[in-house]
Ligand binder design. Structure first.
Ligand SMILES: [Fe+2]
Ligand SMILES: [Fe+2]
Length: 264
């Protein structure tokens, strides 16, 4: 089973990147299941029904979220009725939406779990115990399981990788918006990458217009950040999963930078 996971889609530039790159990825991996993080799709802050529809129509089979899940209130209207989206499972009990889902696509069933870290992020429930509970529920039912661990600290993400080694197919981090260079298959067969990176503006600062961010760093005065325009970069990761065991056979990063790479 071929799985492609696309890092945080940021604003209109990120959506344009998706529109340009998806046909190329579909040609390269015609049978892949595509999952993407959509927490920044609406001008960097959350996602709307219209944008989710646009992303699904481009061939993404499921969406994960993160700390920006509730930034755009539109999501409260539909998250409970949309089976193809998850928000972090360790959000407080009773929050709208769900923390894991089964994506049925390309003849496969893929369990997708979304978790959020607690280091330099709000103090929510323990993601390690939460994922144990979910895996207990899924036990014996699903071969292919992926975790999007939306977290700031590299150490917390690596810890999650080891916590889940041999129990899921892929642990991939999101949230930092910078793709890391540490993809590997852990000893018990779980593919791991600390951060997938983001799909959005190339020349801003983590997707935000850089002038305002620089101003903030230099003056410490209150500044309103806006999502950047211009060229894109596209970051994702792909894994090949064993049909018998669900374990990873290979993992590779995907990276396209607008106007820097010649794309066939
Ligand atoms: Fe993000
Ligand atoms: Fe985030």
């Amino acid at each position: 089973m071929r799985l492609v996971f696309i890092g945080d889609i940021v604003g209109s530039v990120g959506r344009r990147a998706l529109k340009e790159i998806m046909p190329k990825l579909k040609r390269q991996y015609p049978n892949a299941v595509f999952i993407a993080n959509g927490e920044n799709a609406a001008a960097g802050r959350g996602i709307t029904a219209v944008l989710a529809k646009e992303i699904f129509e481009l061939g993404v089979h499921g969406l994960t979220m993160g700390n920006h899940t509730w930034d755009n209130k539109d999501i409260f209207e539909w998250i409970d009725d949309e089976p193809r989206i998850v928000r972090p499972a360790n959000f407080p009990e009773g929050n709208p939406g769900k923390g894991h889902m089964i994506v049925k696509a390309m003849g496969h069933e893929l369990a997708v779990i979304n978790l959020q870290g607690r280091t330099f992020l709000p103090a929510i429930d323990d993601p390690f115990r939460k994922v144990d509970d979910i895996l207990e529920q899924l036990k014996g039912k699903y071969k292919y399981i992926m975790v999007d661990f939306h977290a700031e600290a590299t150490s917390e993400k690596i810890a999650m990788g080891w916590h889940l080694d041999g129990r899921v197919s892929l642990v991939v981090g999101t949230h930092t918006h910078v793709q890391t260079n540490d993809e590997r298959i852990l000893p018990q067969g779980t593919a791991y990458l600390t951060d997938a990176g983001m799909t959005g503006p190339r020349d801003g600062i983590l997707g935000m217009e850089r002038g305002a961010v620089l101003h903030k760093f230099k003056t410490q005065l209150p500044v309103r950040f806006v999502v950047d325009e211009g060229k894109y970069h596209f970051h994702a990761v792909t894994v090949d999963l064993d049909a018998a065991t669900g374990k990873a056979k290979s993992i590779a990063k995907i990276r396209y930078i607008e106007d820097e790479f010649v794309m066939e």
